[in-house]
Structure formats: structure tokens, C-alpha cells
Design a protein around this ligand. Sequence first.
Ligand SMILES: Cc1cc2nc3c(=O)[nH]c(=O)nc-3n(C[C@H](O)[C@H](O)[C@H](O)COP(=O)(O)O)c2cc1C
Length: 361
Amino acid sequence: MKKQIFLLATMLTLATSCSSYSRKNQKLTLEAKGVIYKILYYASLAGSSHNSQPWKAEVYGEDSILVFADISRKLQVVDPTLRELYISVGAFIENLSRAASYFGYETEIKVHNLSDINGGPVASVTLNKSNEKREETILNDIKLRTTLRILYDTNPIKEADWMTLIAVAPSNIHYFSADSEKGNYIKQKELESYTQQAKNKNAQDELASWIRFSNKDVKEKQDGLTTEGMGIKGIGGFVVRNFFKPGDSKKESFVNQGIDKTKLQVENCGGWLIITQPSENIESWINTGRLYQAMHLKCRKMNIGFHPMNQISEETDFGRKANTFLGLNGQILFIARIGYVKEYPEPVSVRRPVESFTTFK
Ligand SMILES: Cc1cc2nc3c(=O)[nH]c(=O)nc-3n(C[C@H](O)[C@H](O)[C@H](O)COP(=O)(O)O)c2cc1C
């Protein structure tokens, strides 16, 4: 009998450690929640650098939300100016606005200047009842958006499709086909800048602090980069989840595997999307985040995978040189690899609960 209980316990342990804890395990019953809670939940499904989810919210009554940047979640090494942190907050605001429209509200959004912020809100959002007909697919688009790090088809993106994406903001968004000279330049520089960052000890330490290999870490923190999110699946995923520590990501073999994988990723895509802005300030960063999110939300319906790869804009000098080579007016603030995919996997990246970043006043 004792032997059978032991066997059963071993099988149960193995079964739970075999499967990875991801978004599908995050049980959430939204039905009983108020509309603003639901809107904030959908807002939090936005992408963010290292899945740091650097946003906070304060809710006043039925129609007013203040959005804050959570600076304690900054990436000091790869994002010292907080550009990507605010881009992530911008993505949150875009989702918030779209989710609000689904629930029958038009949003009035006032973005504040950096000099005015000083720990204060980044944006004030007012919800006004609207009679506009809602787009029925909005919530599904938000729920199913996911960063795809798999290899893509190398066929160029059809003109009608990339035009649909850059139509989000034609003067800020630029498309380069992977088989063009400029696309080839981005491919090479992306790999070079990724390699430089991957070998930087400080960036390695920072990345390790956002890595959640074990199911225990994923459940506890509900943020960061998980094995499944990084595309480490199957037996490899099982081994990494159960036997690796975040610090192992700094080992030479792991770093080199990341570089090899990146080489394959940049070689296997249909093209590149770049967002530029005429100047750099909180408003342009927030706007960039909104444009990124808006474009990404369109991709799944066209079977286009979307993978932000921002090392060119993060690593010193790469961005400036790329600006010149690509002949772009304005600063490069965001770069993504895109390409057709045969299957579109479900999102796996976890999110912190609404209560953990929101105060209901
Ligand atoms: C500003 C910004 C920069 C990002 N940079 C990268 C990057 O360089 N490489 C990468 O693999 N993912 C990058 N991402 C994607 C995030 O890692 C991803 O959004 C996050 O892990 C949550 O996953 P999800 O987008 O599937 O919800 C970036 C996202 C944002 C918003």
C-alpha cells in the first residue's frame, strides 16, 4: 500500500512539473467584476519589455482612471532612459481604450509631460458613455495577441497586408521587406546588437532577474519571461523548468544558444516594421506604445507573427547608424520582425492580477 501511495505521489509530482504554468492556468472569473475592473484586466494583456508590466492605476468612481508608470519595474541596464517602460505603458493605454470602447465608452486621454509627472500620473483617462457601434472582435483580438518567437515564413508580406499595418500611422511606421537591401541591413544589425547585449554582464544580470524558469516562480511573480514564453518547450522545457536556476541564463552555453536562435529568427521572417518619432519625450514614447499595440492587434487575423526585437534601439550607436542607413526621419523607437505563420499559438505570457496594480479609491 505504502509503495502504491509513493508511486501515485511521484506520478502526480512528475505530471505537475511536466506541464508548464502559463496564462491558461491563471484562473479568472471576470463575470462578477465591475466594468472598470474588466477594462483594466484587458489593458494588462498588453505587451511590455521583459514582461515587466510597469503600470499602475487608480480608479475614481465610475468614470475616471489615472494611469501611472511603475518605475520600480524599470530595466536600468537596457532601458536607462525609461523609453521602453513608457512604450509599455502606452501599450497598456491602447488596450484600455479599446476595451473601454467594447464596453460602450469613449475614452478621453490626457498624457502629461515628463516635467509635470514627478511620480504623478502619466495619463488621466475619462470614460464617456458612447453610442458608437462597437467592434465585436476587440476583446478576442486583445486576448489572443501574443509575441511570437518562432521562425516565420520567408515570403515577403503582401502589399495589402503591410499597408494595413502601416495605415495605423503612415508617417511613423515604416515597412522593410526582408529581401531588400535595407531589410538585410536590419537583419545583420539586429543580430550584432543582440550579440553585444547578450554578452554584456550587466544586461545578463538584469535579464536573469526577470527570468521565471520554474512553475513556482511563475506562479509567485506572475510577470517576467517564462520558459514557454521564450519558446523552450518539450523535453528541453521540462529540463529547464525543473533543473535550471535563473542565474544559469548567464552561462556561456545558454548565451550562445540565444545568439544561435536569434540568427535563425532574423533569417526567417518576411520583413521588419519600425516605429519612428520626430522627438523623444514621454508623449512620443506613449504614442509609440499605442501604435505598437494597435499594429500587433491586427496581425493575428492576417496570420502574421509579430516579434519586437529592440536591441538596435537599445544598444549605443546602433540606432543612430540605422537611422542614417535607412534614411529615416526621426528617431527609431521600436522594431519588430514580422512574417506569415502556419499556426498561431495561444498566448502563454502570464499577468499580475488587476488588484496588484490598481487602487480603487
Ligand atoms: C517596448 C518593448 C520591447 C520589447 N523588446 C523585446 C525584445 O527585444 N525581444 C523580445 O523577444 N521581445 C520583446 N518584447 C516583447 C515582450 O517580451 C512581450 O511583450 C512580453 O514578454 C509579454 O508577452 P506577450 O507580448 O506575448 O503578451 C518587447 C515588448 C515591448 C513592449
